[in-house]
Design a protein. Structure first.
Length: 352
């Protein structure tokens, strides 16, 4: 199922919100199928405000705009605009402070039992949800004055999926509803390999820290999450051949004035990223996704990056990680119980 993204634009609003929040995890499906493409954010100004106060960045010794340093885009701002903010692109200072107050209040509340409905009409009702680490371990940041990370379409929502994409999603949901036969049946994030692009550059839960480095002809983005390193040539060289497929795509960049523009292309997906340093402590980062086989129109997200003291720490995803063995052990136990139930049912039928 190449390029499938399990989002459900025509499902109920609750499920669509869950799917939207999961986008940072699910977009790597493009990568998994082999298509190659490429400090707290307190009161980060929107692009319009940054443009109204132009700022000239310093230059590297070889003359490129200097983006180097440690940056974070950690924020509690959601990917899609909440319905209560319909028609409203930015928050007032009072509204932003109130959102931060609520986020702090609810940070360590235990999660209630949940029921998740999937498009295959299968209902999963776990007996309880133990929640995640408390806020001492997680730096979730604060709300920016954007009401959503998505800035286009103007309503701040993801565009509807194409009919083709909806059919792919239905097939994918059916596959994911089955127990994994091996580690290869789990996604790249569960296997601690990568979040893929553009998920690597999007906030959502933790470790959204980036070390930007530059050398003549190159920009390097070292990510704390999954310790990925994106090495982006900016010297005009062509992309690698189509027979070479990389986990995070084959990005190529160029300078347009003070903006680093990075291009990534897959079989049907086109990704364009823009990095513009608009102040000593702020980079305006935004990207545009175009894929006519998945979305009915392009969409753009803005996730400003603020300077942070760091340091970027080791991301030891597999150290002491029992998830994979427990997933497979649980799947085999589930299969065993299903077989026992089938034998029991067959025995009762024979006795009758």
């Amino acid at each position: 199922m190449k390029g499938s993204i399990p989002l459900l634009p025509h499902a109920g609003p609750s499920l669509r919100r869950v799917a939207a929040r999961a986008l940072m995890l699910l977009l790597p499906t493009f990568i998994q199928t082999g298509d190659a493409f490429a400090g707290d954010q307190a009161q980060a100004p929107p692009a319009a405000a940054a443009a109204a106060t132009p700022w000239t960045p310093r230059r590297t010794p070889w003359g490129d705009p200097n983006l180097q340093g440690l940056w974070t885009n950690t924020t509690t701002t959601p990917l899609e605009r909440p319905d209560r903010f319909a028609g409203k692109e930015t928050l007032t200072q009072e509204e932003r402070i109130e959102l931060d107050r609520r986020a702090a209040r609810d940070a360590d509340r235990p999660q209630p039992p949940t029921t998740v409905e999937r498009p295959t009409s299968v209902t999963f009702a776990p007996p309880g949800n133990v929640g995640a680490y408390n806020s001492w371990w997680l730096e979730k940041g604060v709300a920016s004055n954007q009401t959503s990370l998505i800035v286009d379409p103007p309503d701040g929502k993801l565009p509807p999926l194409t009919l083709e994409a909806q059919h792919r999603n239905a097939k994918l949901a059916a596959v994911r509803g089955r127990p994994p036969a091996s580690w290869e049946d789990t996604n790249l994030m569960e296997r601690c390999i990568t979040r893929g692009m553009p998920g690597l550059m999007m906030p959502g839960f933790y470790n959204h820290n980036y070390h930007l480095l530059q050398a003549p002809g190159y920009v390097v983005i070292l990510l704390e999450m999954f310790h990925d390193a994106r090495i982006i040539p900016v010297d005009g060289r062509p992309h690698v051949g189509q027979d070479i497929r990389l986990w995070n795509g084959d990005s190529r960049g160029r300078w347009e004035g003070n903006t680093l523009v990075v291009f990534g292309t897959g079989k049907s997906l086109h990704l364009v990223e823009r990095f513009t340093r608009v102040g000593p402590d702020l980079i305006d980062y935004r990207f545009t996704v175009t894929d006519p086989t998945t979305f009915t129109r392009p969409w753009t997200a803005s996730t400003p990056m603020s300077r942070t003291e760091g340091p970027i720490l080791e991301y030891a995803c597999h150290e002491g990680n029992y998830a994979m063995t427990n997933i497979l052990r649980g799947a085999r136990e589930q299969e065993k119980r299903e077989q026992e139930d089938q034998r029991k049912t067959a025995g009762e039928a024979t006795r009758k």
